[in-house]
Ligand binder design. Structure first.
Ligand code: ZN
Ligand code: ZN
Ligand code: FE
Length: 763
């Protein structure tokens, strides 16, 4: 006889792991218990050595859970003579935050019931089991048990109770268990919020969608606005009502191959339990109206992730546009009354239900680059599952993140919990939402950090939030973190790196520690500090912030800087306006200097004739990448790296811009120009990194910043750096853009807090 204690770490809470362990232990006739302990799971099993070993092997072999396990520790102790195996209540661990489980898409077994006419849950839109269903969006407090979810008001019927109590049933301890007899129900509301009498609200909503209407559908983390994706008129109407002119809309499809051409890796990402929106090369043919994603070869696609989605797609019989239920720039609506009020005039009907959503949570967005996920937006499904850290936080840390694509992080021990996506913090509503979300996570996780990290930018709402917290509480220690230093640290942390690296940090803009706008940076450093080893050549940014929305402005600036005429912009920009901006640049009036890589993309996009004005942030760069992706590699433009004495090295954009302009004048196809430009930038990255390696001996490079959402650039940089003997790292867990900033701020603040005891790598 023996007794083993197993500690299992990872995303193993709230996914049916304990019921699974219990069923397995009973199958092998073992005694003991399983329970949640802090953010891990503790298992104690006892019985004959052979059976205990077999149990352990079977536990490791369960593919559904293996990928969620990040650590496993085992210890042998004296047997206690237990022969029964039970699930015992969760135990708190001092200094360790509780585990907050993320939502999980409907599993195949539940989908099978949904479509089985003989099953008692046939066509029931709230089917779930111990392994799937809503989690974070229904949790009211921890630990995660039914009485602390928004399902608390639905008393179990005898049938559900029996399943819940039966260790052999896959709904054993399923906290969101429900059935048509005892669970939530659908309701259809008209545009004014009045109940539409319908025997079958789902069928009525599906009929309206087939008829080209716009229906607000209550999902996991909020309302979507849905319309048939094949109908150009419906899509145009949705855009008109939402005030969204150009930004691509996401599509939900039961069969992704009907709307796009996914690679096997992309199919895996689509079908993963997180069910993110995956950016995939779109497919021609009329399955999707052109207005869904104009001007880009990519389409944001997701598979259905709730039973309601499965049923709706089936009844509609084709893909649906599914976009966040909000007006532009507002947070997504998630409460019925609020949705009806805020979506008035946007939706013709509301397909809703009586299971409250406690927290709003947008869909996640990913790409797949070089076989691995590249997060664009980390939210539903991923958040708030913790990110493991390669160091310990000496005390709890709050990192408030950036201003756009906001997300914050709470660090505790060797884990960071990153919030869901909180959007751009320009409006009052969004800022209020941000503060409420911080308070909510702190309450759920039972933490109130006294170390708060924030960006250097004085006008970021997240900086102001941090300063307010410090003003209200003298115990709070603020740690300001330079924007690109935070990007570098974020990429290091998620790759488990410590020490020093070369950071290639390319983004739109960030506040430099010299008060200028940075964005094309070569940094050397780690969590405890950095220096600026290089940056792209700086050019004037005529009109400051307006330049980000009008790529032609920075194009004019780059052309003049390179000694070129602005003739390549002529005909597309009004001559008077062009002359005015040229004179602004010449006189240096209202023209901050920037080294921004994002603006360099804008400039090239405008010069090749792709786009003079951007409808949304990053549009020009995304379209330029789309062009490049369609062309074969074809050499690259000159992009020499200057090495001024006693100053950071400087990739010189002038020969590059001159060569681009010459090709445009010579009538070279834009796709070829775009491809050569991407290659030139990747080559300059490799050259500059080589020079920095020669001076520092460092050979680890992190590629980070929002520009590295560009799949063509990222893949080519990885390739060139790899061939030059570098170890190159990219993002796979958090976004390279400002959505991932909080993780880096957290790492820097933890290093600061541990200055006397430098962060220790965890084994
Ligand atoms: Zn299930
Ligand atoms: Zn029931
Ligand atoms: Fe940034």
């Amino acid at each position: 006889m023996t007794r083993w204690v197993l500690w299992v770490g990872g995303a193993v809470q709230g996914c049916g792991f304990r019921p699974h362990v219990c069923g397995l232990a009973r199958r092998f006739g073992l005694g003991g218990f399983v329970r949640n302990e802090g953010d891990a799971v503790r298992i104690e099993v006892e019985g004959p050595v052979g059976e205990v070993r077999a149990f352990h092997a079977a536990l490791m072999a369960a593919a559904a859970f293996a990928s969620r396990i990040t650590s496993l520790r085992r210890e042998e102790v004296d047997p206690r003579g237990e022969s029964r195996f039970v699930i015992t209540p969760s135990a708190e661990v001092p200094g360790v935050a509780a585990f907050l489980p993320a939502d999980i898409a409907t599993c195949p077994a539940c989908v099978a019931e949904l479509t089985d006419p003989k099953d008692r849950r046939h066509r029931y839109p709230f089917v779930s089991c111990a392994r799937c269903g809503p989690r974070y969006t229904v949790v009211t407090s921890l630990p995660y048990d039914r009485e602390r979810t928004t399902m608390a008001g639905f008393a179990l019927c005898p049938d559900c109770r029996r399943e819940y109590d039966d260790p052999a049933d896959r709904r054993f301890h399923a906290q969101t268990i429900a059935c048509p007899a005892c669970g939530p129900r659908l309701t259809l509301l008209d545009a004014r919020g009045e109940v539409v009498p319908a025997a079958d609200p789902l069928a009525a909503a599906a009929a309206a969608l087939r008829g080209g209407r716009i229906v607000a559908v209550k999902g996991l983390g909020g309302f979507h606005l849905a319309c048939a994706a094949a109908g150009p008129a419906g899509v145009a109407e949705l855009r008109r009502r939402k005030g969204r002119e150009a930004k691509p809309l996401a599509v939900m499809a039961a069969d992704p191959a009907s709307v796009c051409d996914p690679t096997p890796d992309e199919l895996d990402a689509l079908a993963s339990p997180e069910r993110p929106i995956v950016l995939v090369r779109r497919r021609g043919g009329g399955a999707i109206a052109d207005g869904v994603a104009p001007g880009t070869p990519y389409l944001g696609v997701m598979l259905p992730y709730t039973p309601l989605h499965h049923l709706l797609l089936r009844e509609v019989g084709g893909p649906l546009v599914m976009t966040s239920g909000n007006r532009s720039d507002e947070p997504i609506a998630f409460e019925d009354a609020d949705a009806v009020r805020r979506l008035a005039g946007l939706a013709d009907l509301f397909l809703t239900h009586d299971r409250p959503i406690r927290t709003r949570c947008d869909d996640s967005v990913v790409r797949v680059v070089a076989g691995r996920l590249l997060p664009v937006r980390r939210s539903r499904g991923f958040s708030p599952s913790p990110v493991p850290l390669p160091f310990r936080c000496p005390s709890p840390v709050l990192a408030t993140g950036g201003h756009l694509k906001a997300a914050f992080a709470l660090g505790h021990g060797d884990r960071a919990v990153l919030s869901h996506h909180l959007g751009d913090l320009d409006g009052y509503e969004a800022v209020r939402e941000f503060a409420a979300a911080v308070a909510d996570y702190e309450r759920l996780l039972g933490t109130r950090p006294a170390v708060i990290a924030h960006d250097l930018h004085p006008d970021y709402a997240t900086t102001r939030y941090a300063l307010d917290r410090a003003a209200a509480d003298p115990a709070v220690k603020l740690v300001p973190v330079q924007h690109h230093h935070a990007h570098l640290a974020a990429c290091m942390a998620e790759n488990g790196l410590t020490g020093s690296v070369i950071g290639v940090v390319f983004d739109g803009s960030g506040y430099g520690d010299d008060g200028t706008v940075w964005g094309g940076e070569f940094l050397v450093g780690g969590y405890s500090g950095f220096r600026r080893a290089g940056h792209l050549r700086r050019v004037a940014l005529p009109g400051g912030d307006a330049a980000a929305r009008e790529p032609w402005r920075v194009a004019a600036s780059h052309l003049l800087d390179a000694g070129q005429g602005t003739d390549v912009l002529a005909g597309r920009i009004d001559t008077g306006t062009l002359r005015r901006v040229e004179s602004l640049i010449a006189r240096g009036v209202n023209v901050p200097l920037t080294s921004s890589a994002g603006r360099l993309f804008d400039a090239v996009a405008a010069v090749v004739g792709l786009r003079t004005h951007a409808g949304y942030e990053g549009q020009a760069a995304l379209e330029l990448e789309g062009l490049a992706a369609g062309a074969e590699p074809d050499g690259c433009y000159p992009f020499p790296v200057a090495t001024p004495a006693d100053a950071p090295l400087e990739p010189d954009t002038r020969p590059l811009i001159a060569a681009v302009a010459a090709d445009v004048r010579a009538g070279v196809p834009p796709a070829r120009i775009a491809r050569r430009f991407h290659s030139a930038l990747a080559a300059a990255v490799a050259t500059a990194c080589g020079m920095i390696r020669d001076r520092t001996g460092l050979s680890a490079v992190v590629l980070t910043g929002g520009v590295f959402l560009n799949a063509v650039l990222l893949a080519e940089c990885l390739d060139r750096l790899g061939r030059s003997g570098f170890r190159a790292y990219r993002h796979t867990l958090v976004p390279p853009g400002d959505g991932g900033l909080c993780l880096g701020q957290l790492a820097v603040a933890a290093a600061w807090a541990a200055r006397d005891n430098p962060p220790v790598p965890t084994p």
